[in-house]
Write a protein that binds this ligand. Sequence first.
Ligand code: C5P
Length: 225
Amino acid sequence: LKIAAVIPAAGVGSRMQLSYPKQYLKIAEKTVLQHTQEKLSQLNYLSHLAIAVSADDPYFATLNLQDERIVKVIGGETRADSVLNALRALQADAPDWVLVHDAARPLVTVADIDNLVQSCLAADEGGILAAKVKDTIKRGTSHIETTVPRDTLWQALTPQFFRFNELLQALTDAKQAGSEITDEASAMERLGYPVRLVAGRSDNIKITSPEDYELACFLLTKTGK
Ligand code: C5P
């Protein structure tokens, strides 16, 4: 069984208000992207690790990433476009399954990834790491319109793990339909595929705002995660 991974790392990270993308922020001498790549590189069952970076990215080449399975791919305008480009790059020697993991989530654990892969393969279904919502959730703009019952609410994390051909089809279809999707599962859901929710650690945060970065620095350095 052949499994590849895709790391979309072609975002600009505008919400961080930096002059460079957030995946190149440094935590303990290494960039966020390196921390993430090193987690995935620990998975010896991966055939390839495709990393999508933007066409004019001057930083990636300087990282000197140490894994012969890494394939650099040019990303697209949206995260979904970046993942689609990476899947197309892998198509010639296509894997059976693919893991997609945000560059901006360096705190993922190998144990959680293994758990996702094992539970999806055992069920023969795609799935995602997810964390149950802990806070009470409100819908509204300036004032609360409704309180959303949270017992069946989950935060979608990554990795997300799907059969390669099905994900390629689903992302291609979503793009053709002009559907704005923010994760792979959304594309699979559109086509009616079942997607498993596999509970993962809630500290697998996506670095989006400055306070996420502070938290990631603490977790990666102080606790040795
Ligand atoms: O913007 P957001 O935080 O949702 O990005 C999630 C991941 O997708 C990040 O790792 C980012 O680098 C990546 N991305 C991408 N191509 C884009 C936009 C985002 O690879 N056009």
